[in-house]
Design a binder for this molecule. Structure first.
Ligand SMILES: [Zn+2]
Length: 198
């Protein structure tokens, strides 16, 4: 079954005034009030077939759902059957695990991090870096297997939420203060992930 997404999101500004981290959010909250936003743009996302390797290419690939399951139709009760309480809270209710407590924040094992909900490969260990935040952090997802959307849950701090491109699991947030080559910091909850070692 093919799945494709087309959604409209505001792109994040890249000015340093929008720098965000848990340590600086209070300092920078006023800057956010004045942070410039770019015009919303329409982007198309597609999902890389499970098991395919990552590459630097960002071109959409053939779309394919993992296992042919229509994840959008799964109820909370069905999700609860296959997830732990913490996994359900984070992935389906947009929770956040406490820093330095998750399974993978300091993991350096080579392998691929998959979605805990639908098994889609999301991040390669080769793009993981030590952000010092206490959450596993990556500078690049696999293909277009994750998507992002504006999160206004903290009114003075607009953020870009990161979700699984297949099942909409909440993964974490992405910020513009990451390392080269992308400059992105995907700050992800360990509970959203399942590492498959090489
Ligand atoms: Zn998923």
């Amino acid at each position: 079954m093919a799945v494709s997404f087309s959604l409209t999101i505001p792109s994040t500004g890249t000015t340093t005034s929008e720098y965000v981290s848990s340590k600086s959010q209070l300092k920078s909250k006023l800057l956010f009030v004045f942070g410039a936003y770019r015009q919303p743009k329409t982007i198309s996302l597609s999902v890389r077939p499970m098991g395919s390797s990552s590459s630097s290419s960002q071109k959409p690939d053939t779309t394919q759902a993992v296992g042919g399951v229509d994840y959008a139709s799964l109820s909370d009760e069905e999700w609860k059957k296959q997830l732990t309480g913490e996994q359900f809270y984070i992935t389906r209710q947009k929770g956040t695990e406490r820093a330095f407590t998750g399974e993978y924040w300091n993991t350096k094992t080579p392998g691929t991090y998959h979605c805990i909900c639908c098994d889609t490969p999301l991040f390669e260990s080769s793009t993981k870096f030590d952000s010092g935040t206490g959450w596993p952090s990556y500078y690049q997802p696999i293909g277009n297997n994750v998507k992002s959307k504006l999160d206004l849950s903290i009114f003075f701090m607009p953020r870009q939420e990161v979700l699984c491109g297949v099942c909409d699991a909440h993964l974490g947030h992405v910020f513009d203060d990451g390392p080269r080559p992308t400059g992105k910091r995907y700050c992800i909850n360990s509970a959203s992930l399942k590492l498959k070692p090489e």
